[in-house]
Design a protein. Sequence first.
Length: 341
Amino acid sequence: MLGVAKETINKTFKQTNVKKSRNVSQVLKDKKPFSVLLLGTDTGDLGRSDKGRTDTIIIATVNPQTKRATLTSIPRDTQVKISGSENAYDKINSAYTIGGTAAAVKTVQNTLHVPIDFYLLVNMGGLRKVVDALGGVTVTPQLTFKYSYANVVKGKTVKLNGQEALAYSRMRYSDPEGDYGRQKRQKQIITAIANKAASTASLANYKKILSTIEDNMQTDMTYDDMLTIETNYKSAANSIKSYVLQGTDATLNGLSYQVVSAKEKKKISNKIRNELNLKPSTKTFYGQIGETYSSESSDSNDSSYSSGNTYSTNDYSSSYSNSGTYDSDSTYSTPTYSNGY
């Protein structure tokens, strides 16, 4: 069975051209905290078959010393400089469409100045199949709503099958919190999947999960990396903490965006780096209209901060530049999904 597992994982392996900021294999061997960029593409189910964008963007950290994992959501409409793009600014969920996983990883790293050790790309159809392979997942909704296959009541714990879990994690317009509410439900589903997978020992389910992974997942984790994580980091799944990169609504050139202040980026960066046992970044964080925030700025005297909601993308400071260099992901190709995904 291990041979089958290794063969399956090897088929999902896809390296990017982004240079790692540290030796990730050594990080795992030394049992140090690591990070994973979770990317969910909006293709593969609910009538969608195009390449799609990454509507789910979550930075996960796993710390075996604190026995804690964190999930930090980045709103899909967050306006950022896309690494490798000719356009000045765009929504962060377009990075994958523009330059594949390499652009997505580099853009997140440049925005928050945190190391991304691995990435994990899953399509929407894959989420449905994983949940079904696990025999469903259990959640307690924080909102009453009906959307597609999901029909849930606030506070009433319910077991969801794959289609229901997918719809539950996708609904946005009936949520008073909009995309932020959807992010909370996405993290609920991810946490439920992690908990169910950790407690599933059935050989039949194991085979189903492997089959699902092969067709619907792409990652730069090796089989050996996954074995090390299973051995040394399993206890971190016992406690999962959530963060969110909070922005404000803005209309730019007729499109709606989430604009995140430099101060907020710095705050979230510090939280993530702290979970990784890293010191705060000394790099400058960029926000709106020339707004910057660095380690020299203080919360009580943040003279570099400026506010405002509505403006043109051309108003952004030309001093913004990506940290490091971007290598085009020449090896990038859209994952091949079964059954037309």
